[in-house]
Design a protein around this ligand. Structure first.
Ligand code: E4P
Length: 216
């Protein structure tokens, strides 16, 4: 499973990338706005750090506007993936862009039917939002299982990005299901590294080593 970082924070992207475990980055208007910097400048900087798919979202709601924005954004870097919201206009835009070879990520997907349509339109990626479903009392991860199964049944090329991840168990569940990608906030990535028994183990090894050397 590929791991993308779900942020527009350059410090976090630089740090996570240095761990050697990041395959790409996903952003959205909220994440970009949080940084308080010029949109294009942030996107260019992300592309200069991570050599992998970088998702950036269009703002237009009509398909012509989406297509124009997408064509312009795609020029920033060969790794740019255009995030397009799951609407009728979004589907029309994905269809046109996929024919042009522009990579797309159909976002704000909350049902298997939406995921089927995204794949039919030719989306490169589809992003089911797990945490937001959990937040309203649904089982977000069961959506991922259904979408992965449906795509396997029909050999769709569209890759599933598990998005709106809230905690490390979401990552494990995504991997167990066989999702292609899980996009994680930096805080979740940090938690994935940690285990108390690892810390205790290191402490114990060092204490034993100091004793063996007559230092403790
Ligand atoms: C990623 O593609 C999404 O934009 C992101 O995961 C949304 O996460 P949230 O539900 O925590 O805002």
């Amino acid at each position: 499973m590929k791991i993308f970082l779900d942020t527009a924070n350059i410090e976090h992207i630089r740090e996570a990338n240095s761990w050697g475990v990041i395959d790409g980055v996903t952003t959205n208007p909220t994440l970009i706005a949080r940084e308080g910097r010029e949109f294009r400048e942030v996107v260019e900087e992300i592309c200069s750090i991570v050599d992998g798919p970088i998702s950036v979202e269009v703002i237009a709601l009509d398909h012509e506007g989406m297509i124009n924005e997408a064509r312009d954004l795609a020029k920033i870097h060969r790794n740019i993936v255009i995030k397009i919201p799951m609407t009728v206009d979004g589907l029309k835009a994905v269809k046109v862009l996929s024919r042009e070879g522009v990579k797309t990520n159909m976002t704000l997907v909350f049902s298997p039917n939406q995921a089927i349509l995204a794949a039919k339109a030719g989306a490169t990626y589809v992003s089911p939002f797990i945490g937001r479903l959990d937040d309203i009392g649904h089982e977000g991860m069961s959506l991922v299982a259904k979408v992965v199964k449906i795509y396997q049944n029909y050999g769709f090329d569209t890759q599933v990005i598990v998005a709106s991840v809230r905690h490390p168990m979401h990552v494990v569940e995504a991997a167990m299901i066989g999702a292609h990608v899980c996009t994680v906030p930096y805080a979740v990535l940090e938690k994935m590294v940690k285990h108390p028994l690892t810390d205790i183990g290191i402490e114990r090894f060092l204490a034993d080593w100091r004793r063996y050397r007559g230092e403790g």
